[in-house]
Every structure is written in C-alpha cells, then in structure tokens.
Design a protein around this ligand. Structure first.
Ligand code: NAD
Length: 417
C-alpha cells in the first residue's frame, strides 16, 4: 500500500500523527494508498518552514523569482502526461480531461512568469499641494491554500504560482481524496530552483485546516470548495484577522429559448452537464427550457446520452469516468431517488447498467424539476442534468436570479438583442 506524506522544507516528511485516510482508484473502487493526516504539530512545522524561508525569498529579485516560474513552466509542460496520469488515477476523470486541467493550471504559472511587470506600483505627482503619493505591492508572508478534490492540480496552481511569484511562501492543504499530484508538483518546484521551505504540502483534514486558520504566522488563506466549508473558512479565518478569499459551490443554469439552435444547445448541455461526471464547478446542472421547445430539447439531449462512453479514465475511448468516492456516488444516486419521489420524471436513468466495480453512475436526465425539490435546490455535483420548464425569457431570468448559486449562466438564442 502506498503511503502519501507531507512535503515540508524541501523533502518528504512522514506523519507521526497516527491518522490516515484511504485513497482510492475510483475506476476500480480499490484502495491504492493511505494519506497521512497531519497533527497540529505537523502543520506548525510546515508553517515554521515557510516562515523561515520568507525573508530570503521576499528579498529575492523579481527577475530571479520569474526565472523560477519560467523553469517551473518548462517542467510542468514536460510532465503534462505524468501529472495527468496521477490525476486520473486518484480523481477518476478521463485522461483528456486531466490533460485539460494541467493546461489550465499551466496558464497560471505562465501568468506568474510576468511578475516583474504585474507587481509594478503607481505614482501620482501633486496628489495634494506638494505631496506625491505612490503605491507598492508587497508580499504578506506565509499564505495558505486549501483546495478541493475536483481540480487537484489546477486549483493549487491558481493559488501558489502567483503567491510565490509575489514573494510569499506557501503552505498547501490539498484534498485528502486525491493528494498525490501535489507531492509531484512539489518536486518540480524544488527542481525549478525554489528555495526549500517556500512551498510546503500538509496532507490532512479538518484538524489541519483549523490549525492553519488559527495560526498566528499565516497571513492569508485562499480556499476553494463547497459553500458550507467556504463560509466556515471565511468566518473563522477573518475572525482570526487573516485575509481570506473563499470560493464556494455552484449550480450553473443554461436557458434555452424558442429561437435557439436546439442541436447546438443539446450538444452544449451534454458536454457541460456530463463532462468530468458533473464534478466541475462550471458544470451545467440545470437546463431551463422554454415551454414551446422543451419536448424537442429533452428528446435531443436524451438521444445523445447513449453515445457517451462511460468507463475508466485511463481507457482511450472513455468520455466520462467515475465519481470520486462510493459515498459521493450514493449521495448523487439519492438525489435521483428523491427527484422521482418529488414528482420529477427520470427520462434517462443512470442508476442502471453501470460499468465495473468502481464509483460509476451513468448520465442521468431529469424532467419536470422545480425549485423546492432537493435536486434543484442543492448542488448535486454529479452527472445529473435537470430540466426546468419555463414560460420564456423573463420567467427563465427570474428563476436564475432567484437561485442563490453562482458560478455561471448561459442563454441559447438567435436573438442578438
Ligand atoms: P469540500 O468543501 O468538501 O473540501 C474542500 C477542502 O476543505 C478540502 O481540502 C477538505 O479537506 C477541506 N474540508 C472539508 N471539510 C472540512 C471541514 N469540516 N472543516 C475544514 N476543512 C474541511 O469540497 P470538495 O468536495 O473537495 O470539492 C467540491 C466542491 O468545490 C464543490 O462544491 C464545487 O462546486 C466546489 N468548487 C468550487 C470552485 C469555484 O471556483 N467556486 C472550483 C472548484 C470546486
């Protein structure tokens, strides 16, 4: 059984906490590793390493910091396939999707290569009589990232690339469900010439997160994950005087109007609804269909679903992989059970014909969904697309605006206005 440990001060550090969590291959359902769960003392050790590394890294010239980012860019680029393989093995998403995730993450490193220009300040002459004012951008110190399972490479790259380039040092607490990839990325960062201690990974659960949120030496926290935890992180972190950005869950709607190209809308709904098994914060999970075209649209989406190849992410023909854990798969199934009990119709039922022993659920299409049903009100985060029928544009917009969720929305119409 593989053991996945921490990365502190430039090397692998095994935990002595005595706590660990299983890591699975979601395509087979088999446990492939155990990940250490940090004690508070281990979090303190990582923060101490980051704090010790800060003065020298902060004083490192912008050109040297950007050199590190350029080297990291080359190493991530050269290792795209290996990073994608690690992603697929623990997350389950198909390899093409994993490669797409690496590409999106890499964009953040490329952005950070331009740090000498990005960090420029401003200068105003004669802001008041005889007084000039200027602004400069400075690093905060030790900053922490707490990240979700669904983009285990990209979301940390959103955070650490720019944080490090700005001269901060970093402690990452990745999801305990797919922790391997960031141990590999930590090695690439070390090969890039980043001094020891600037980037650390503590594997862990709530205990590790809570320690980061209360630690006096952590200046800022960046979080991405579900809304209840985002609120908790925001309230606790800001309550402890830290700068916090916390991005939460989503329920993305697309509105299809009477004049839309229905084939185009159906293609988009299938790709955005079932890509990565719906485990994307930008997945479409609700299609608002104008009454007049709703039947046609439902038929077109339903007709496309059998063509989606569901299977292990490392198989070249697979287009949709499994869900992250058995518990999550069962939770998503529970929404399908609840939808039919609440009066929605299950047009395509993904509960049957599931391939293999992994955490699979096939694409599911629900019709007649309404606000007030759990399948509408909650973020499902699985391959379940809900059709809500609306009278038209105004009704659709009001429904979308009444949803408390972000992240995005789309309107399908041929009307440029
Ligand atoms: P999650 O909230 O369960 O976990 C996120 C992180 O918080 C993990 O590192 C986890 O270990 C930690 N955590 C979990 N429970 C905690 C607790 N009680 N106290 C302290 N820390 C805790 O999210 P997830 O299931 O890993 O990821 C999926 C969620 O992330 C979805 O809701 C998705 O919409 C959201 N997401 C949002 C965005 C965005 O940009 N808004 C991007 C990606 C994912």
């Amino acid at each position: 059984m593989n053991r996945i440990s921490h990365w502190i001060d430039g090397k692998v550090v095994e935990s002595t906490s005595g706590n660990s969590a299983p890591v699975y291959d979601p395509a087979t359902g088999e446990q492939t590793a155990a990940v250490d769960l940090a004690s508070t003392a281990e979090v303190d050790r990582a923060v101490a390493a980051a704090r010790a590394a800060f003065p020298e890294w902060r004083a490192t010239s912008l050109s040297k910091r950007s050199e590190v980012m350029f080297r990291l860019r080359e190493l991530v680029d050269a290792n795209r396939k290996e990073i994608a393989r690690l992603l697929t093995a623990e997350h389950g998403k198909v390899l093409s999707d994993s490669l797409g995730e690496v590409a999106r993450g890499l964009e953040n490193i490329e952005f950070a290569c331009g740090i000498p220009q990005l960090l420029k300040g401003d200068y105003s002459e004669q802001a008041a009589s005889g007084i000039d004012v200027y602004s400069i951008r400075q690093p905060l110190g030790v900053v922490a990232g707490i990240t979700p399972f669904n983009f285990p490479a990209m979301v940390p790259m959103w955070m650490f690339a720019n944080a490090l380039a700005c001269g901060n040092t970093f402690v990452l607490k990745p999801s305990e469900k797919d922790p391997s990839v960031n141990m590999f990325v930590a090695e690439l960062l070390a090969q890039s010439g980043l001094p020891h201690g600037c980037f650390n990974v503590v594997q862990g659960d709530k205990r590790a997160v809570d320690r980061l949120l209360e630690h006096d030496d952590v200046a800022a926290v960046s979080f991405v994950g579900s809304t209840p935890i985002a609120k908790y992180i925001y309230e606790t972190g800001t309550g402890n005087g830290k700068r916090v950005q916390a991005l939460g869950g989503a329920k993305n709607h697309m509105l299809v109007l009477n004049d839309a190209d229905l084939d185009m809308a159906a293609d988009a709904a299938v790709s955005a609804g079932y890509g990565s098994a719906g485990e994307r914060c930008m997945a479409i999970s609700v299609v608002l269909a104008a009454d007049e075209i709703a039947d046609d649209l439902v038929t077109k989406i339903a007709d496309r679903i059998p063509a989606i190849t569901v299977g292990p992410g490392d198989q070249p023909d697979s287009e949709m992989g499994p869900l992250i854990t058995a518990e999550h798969r069962d939770r998503v199934r529970g929404y399908i059970d609840g939808a039919s009990a609440a009066g929605a119709s299950v047009v395509v039922d993904g509960r049957s014909g599931v391939p293999g022993d992994g955490f699979f659920l096939n694409p599911t299409l629900l019709d007649g969904v309404r606000p007030g049903m759990d399948c509408y009100d909650d973020e499902i985060f699985g391959p379940v697309l809900s059709i809500v029928r609306v009278a038209g544009y105004q009704d659709g917009i009001e429904t979308i605006n009444a949803s408390p969720f972000a992240n995005g929305t789309a309107i399908f119409t041929r009307d440029g206005g």
